[in-house]
Each structure stands twice: as structure tokens, then as C-alpha cells.
Design a protein around this ligand. Structure first.
Ligand code: SF4
Length: 364
């Protein structure tokens, strides 16, 4: 039997629990207080469906209950440290977390779709050479609540349009923070969470093989994007140190576990991975899987020492893929004028922020 103290100690952070866990936790807390059980139906929607910034704003609840909720389960908020809006409508948010760290989310409008690109870690340990976040190193994992609250904060801001789609393509490698990402996927997807359809949620990974298996076991049809960027082990090793731990061949084998179409993300880097023969090698990998290939221009802020592919080289790369029966889309850069590449705003603002000095941890 739980007493009140014990219940709050279990987790004061309701936002990091799945809706089912949060419902059980709230119900247990209400029972200890002698409150009627129906209150759980008033309290739970205030987490995700009709969120409040603080319990004080849940005015359909009696004031003593609101004060009790505030003591037992405070609702952490992000502070908006920077907000930029690009000429093309892309919006970038830099959120300050309670411990002085900062993460980014990017909202990309496209027709009726508004895709929010969210972060799963502060920084990243994987050091891909073309990535601003990789240069920052790893600082810490986000909690499930910190991941899902990137959507929640937008719901609380009347000024921002609501996202229709979510992609895990911001800072960090989501499959290196699997426990939190696993719970966040549930929060994002379930009707008593944020209610975003599984087909509207995409997880992007470089391919952390054991956790690809865990993701494949989930029954929902979440979309999977693989940050490939290289069709051979040699080219991948030069761009992405993860090749030493999880080889390209292992990643491709692991993709066989997915019953859904996979997307390959491929940043075109002049003279490094944009040669015509590499397009043919990429087609050899993509065609058997029926993978869609997204060809992305290198963001100028991602890596100052690397060059974008020329237009001609990019077009030829796409043409060769298509000639071999692969669906390839040449994407344009979004938010070029506001540093919308992953980790870039945070990197640019770093000297102006007081971030405590910290060893970069490595995550295995
Ligand atoms: S591209 Fe992704 S995995 Fe690679 S360093 Fe950047 S955030 Fe990490």
C-alpha cells in the first residue's frame, strides 16, 4: 500500500510516464487523499490532450486539489531561449531546460503538413563529420517528458501552429536513448497522449543495431528513416565513426525486420559521397529494400570544412538512382537563413549562453 510521500517519490514527473502509467499514478494518489476516482478523468487530459502550463490553470478542479497536484507532481516547463522564423516559414525554437542545458526543435510547414523536428539528446556522441550537433559532443539524454514536451510547449503557445507530424531528426541519436524514446513514442501516439498517428511519426537513426530490433518489435507503424549518407563501408567510415561499432552491412540486415517502407537520408557532400558510381552503389542497397531515398543538400552551418554538391552533381546523382528504379527525391534546404540544421542554433548561441563546463560523455 502506498502512502502519499511514497507515490510522489516514485515519480513526480507525470510527463515522463506513458498515459496508462500516469493514469495509474494519479489514481493511486487520489485514493490516498480520499478524492473521488472520477477526478482522474479531469486530471489526465491536462497532461497532453488539453494541456495546462501549471495546475493552477486547471480551473475545473477545486483549488485545494490543484495545490496538492502542484506539490506532488509539478509540471516542468521549458523557457524559450530563442525563436527564429525563416523567410520560408520554417520556425526554430531553442528551449532552455531546467538544468541550464538547451535543445532545439524545428517546425517546417509544407502545404497542410507541419512537421516538428524534435531532439532526443542534448548533443550527440556520434561525431558525424557533417553535423553541428556532432561537433558539440554528448551532454545528456532527454527524459521522455522532455522529448514529448517539445510538442506540448507548442500546444501551450497560442502563437505557434500545431504540428501534424513529428520526426526524431533534431539533436541526438534516438536509439541511444531508447528507454525514454520508447515511452515518448507512446505519449506522442496514444489517443490519451498527443494522439499523433504512428504513420505521422518518423524515427531517424544512424542504425544502432540492437535497438533497431526493439523498435521493429513495436506493433505501431512508426516510420523509419536511416541516416545513411554513404553506400560503402569506406565512405561511411570517413563520414560517420559509428561504422566502427555497427557496420553498414549489419544495419542493412537489421532493416529486414521492418515490415514497412524505409527511407534513406543521404546528405550530398561535394567530392566525398556524391560521385556517380556511389549513386549506383546506393541504388544496389535501396532497390532490394524498396527504400525511398531523400537526397539532402549539405547545410552550410553543419560543417564549415565540407562543401555542398553542385547542382549538376546532385541532379546526376538523383538521375542515376531513378534510372535504376529507386524513388529518389532531391530536397531543398529549409530555414537556410535561420541556422536550421540540427544543432546549429544551439552551437551558434553557445558562446552567449552560460553552459556549465562538462566532460563529453560517450554512450555505448
Ligand atoms: S547526424 Fe545525428 S547521429 Fe550524427 S552526430 Fe549528428 S545528431 Fe549525432
Amino acid at each position: 500500500m502506498f502512502d502519499m510521500q511514497h507515490i510522489a517519490e516514485l515519480t513526480p514527473d507525470l510527463l515522463s510516464l506513458t498515459p496508462a502509467e500516469a493514469r495509474a499514478r494519479i489514481a493511486a494518489w487520489l485514493a490516498v487523499r480520499g478524492e473521488p476516482p472520477y477526478r482522474v478523468r479531469q486530471i489526465l487530459p491536462r497532461l497532453w490532450q488539453r494541456p495546462v502550463g501549471s495546475w493552477e490553470d486547471a480551473t475545473d478542479l477545486p483549488a485545494p486539489l490543484r495545490r496538492g497536484l502542484d506539490d506532488a507532481f509539478p509540471l516542468p516547463r521549458f523557457e524559450l531561449a530563442a525563436h527564429q522564423v525563416s523567410r520560408d516559414g520554417t520556425e526554430k525554437f531553442l528551449w532552455a531546460l531546467g538544468d541550464g542545458e538547451a535543445i532545439e526543435s524545428v517546425l517546417i510547414p509544407e502545404g497542410r503538413r507541419r512537421t516538428l523536428c524534435i531532439s532526443s539528446q542534448v548533443g550527440c556522441a556520434l561525431g558525424c563529420v557533417f553535423c553541428a550537433t556532432g561537433r558539440m559532443g554528448f551532454r545528456r539524454n532527454l527524459s521522455a517528458g522532455e522529448i514529448a514536451c517539445q510538442v506540448r510547449e507548442l500546444l501551450l503557445r497560442d502563437a505557434s501552429p500545431q504540428p501534424t507530424n513529428v520526426v526524431f531528426m533534431g539533436m541526438g541519436e534516438p536509439l541511444l536513448n531508447w528507454t525514454a524514446v520508447d515511452a515518448a513514442l507512446t505519449i506522442l501516439n496514444q489517443p490519451d497522449g498527443l494522439g499523433i498517428g504512428a504513420r505521422h511519426i518518423t524515427l531517424s537513426t544512424v542504425g544502432i543495431v540492437p535497438n533497431l530490433t526493439l523498435l521493429a518489435k513495436r506493433p505501431e507503424q512508426f516510420r523509419l528513416a536511416v541516416s545513411l549518407h554513404a553506400p560503402t563501408p569506406e565512405v561511411r567510415l570517413a563520414l560517420m565513426p559509428i561504422e566502427k561499432k555497427y557496420a553498414l552491412s549489419e544495419v542493412l540486415t537489421a532493416l529486414g525486420q521492418f515490415r514497412r517502407r524505409v527511407t534513406f537520408e543521404y546528405v550530398l557532400i561535394g567530392g566525398r559521397n556524391d560521385m556517380p558510381e556511389l549513386a549506383d552503389r546506393l541504388a544496389d542497397l535501396a532497390a532490394p529494400l524498396g527504400a525511398l531515398v531523400n537526397l539532402l543538400p549539405l547545410h552550410p552551418g553543419g560543417a564549415p570544412d565540407l562543401a555542398r554538391s553542385s547542382r549538376a552533381a546532385s541532379a546526376e546523382f538523383a538521375r542515376r538512382l531513378k534510372a535504376r528504379g529507386v524513388t529518389a527525391v532531391l530536397r531543398r534546404s529549409r530555414g537556410l537563413d535561420i541556422a536550421a540544421a540540427c544543432g546549429q542554433l544551439r552551437v551558434e548561441l553557445e558562446p552567449r549562453r552560460k553552459v556549465p563546463a562538462q566532460e563529453h560523455a560517450r554512450v555505448e
